[in-house]
Design a binder for this molecule. Structure first.
Ligand code: G3H
Ligand code: 13P
Ligand code: ZN
Length: 330
């Protein structure tokens, strides 16, 4: 058993309490490799932002859970070396079983998500309760989920979304003992968050998505005042990255995300954790494609992964400063 406390990591409890109080959200960025981890830590140290490093099931399959855990441990030292010991949470993203959550807790994760959102309500409650009972023995915080996000990614797939029912949240939180709750109010995973027919067209032909359901969020806040809410699927899909990708050999069609303005509004509410992965993928892909097209003779991975890392850092600094409001809160 390795305790996250011995690795210099923190759980999410105090970060969320401060975020709700201060009207901002903690960034939750996914990482699968060294360059992503470096970009996240550099950006959060420079902006003095607390951060949640997220590991998905896909990341565990790709990079190995043990390696990722040691990388997060290294991130604590790395941040200090860069000049600021920011609070770092190591979080399991979309855990799908008790055994997986237990294994993460035993190897140094400080926070886990148990995603029972696709299960019938009572089964979601029972599974989440089981994870909470185990996690709280070690002071590890737990995120549960109610409502289903649409969107397809490697390990997260749902054809149909349905919004969180505000009338369920109080009962769910009480019965499970979770520390935070992910809800569905119109976000979704991936770079194609909405079908074109769900959107209108802006003057420049760009797709304009339907707004998030702030009415549902407000109703939820009324029923569980001050309780930490989490938004998944919160990439904004910057159209400049889509343009660079598509003019450098890529083929992204109808890519559309959540406008930053709406995330700013959410961050000021009880939403205190905002998950962003796809935007980072777009930033890295745009930078790599540019090197491949502009410098076709280049074959040193550092020459394309380096610019990708720099672009990612820039993007994350922007998120902390201009969108989530977490800059300066470390
Ligand atoms: O919510 C899902 C994250 O973007 C992780 O995606 O399962 O492809 O690693 P992944
Ligand atoms: P995006 O695909 O919008 O980046 O969402 C990521 C996420 O929710 C990770 O859990
Ligand atoms: Zn997610």
């Amino acid at each position: 058993m390795v305790s996250y406390k011995d690795l210099g990591l923190v759980n999410s409890r105090e970060l969320f309490a401060k975020a709700i109080e201060g009207g901002y959200a903690i960034p939750a960025f996914n990482f699968n490799n060294m360059e992503q981890m470096q970009a996240i830590i550099q950006a959060c140290v420079e902006t003095a932002s607390p951060v949640i490093l997220q590991v998905s099931a896909g990341a565990r399959k790709y990079a190995n859970q043990t390696l990722l855990r040691y990388m997060a441990q290294g991130a604590v030292e790395y941040a200090r070396e860069l000049g600021r010991a920011i609070p770092i949470v190591l979080h399991l993203d979309h855990g799908n079983s008790f055994e997986l959550c237990k294994s993460c807790i035993e190897t140094g994760f400080s926070s886990v998500m148990i995603d029972g959102s696709s299960l019938p309500y009572d089964e979601n409650v029972a599974l989440t309760r089981q994870v909470v009972d185990y996690a709280h023995r070690y002071d590890v915080t737990v995120e549960g989920e109610l409502g289903v996000l649409a969107g397809v990614e490697d390990e997260v797939a749902a054809e149909e979304s349905h919004y969180t029912r505000p009338e369920d949240v109080e009962d769910f939180v009480k019965k499970t003992g979770v520390d935070s709750l992910a809800i569905s109010i119109g976000t979704s995973h991936g770079a194609n968050k909405f079908r074109p027919e769900q959107c209108t067209r802006g003057a420049d032909g760009v797709l304009v998505p339907p707004p998030l359901r702030f009415d549902i969020l407000e109703e939820i806040e009324k029923r569980i005042p001050g309780f930490p809410i989490v938004l998944h699927g919160s990439s904004s899909v910057p159209q400049e990255y889509v343009r660079i990708i598509n003019t450098h050999g890529g083929a992204l069609k109808d890519a559309v995300g959540i406008p930053e303005e709406q995330l700013r509004r959410a961050a000021k509410s009880a939403v205190c954790k905002i998950n962003i992965d796809s935007d980072g993928r777009l930033a890295m892909t745009a930078a790599v494609r540019k090197v491949f097209v502009d410098q076709p003779a280049e074959f040193d991975p550092r020459k394309y992964l380096g610019p990708a890392r720099d672009e990612l850092k820039k993007l994350y600094m922007h998120k902390c400063r201009e969108v989530l409001g977490s800059a300066g809160k470390a």
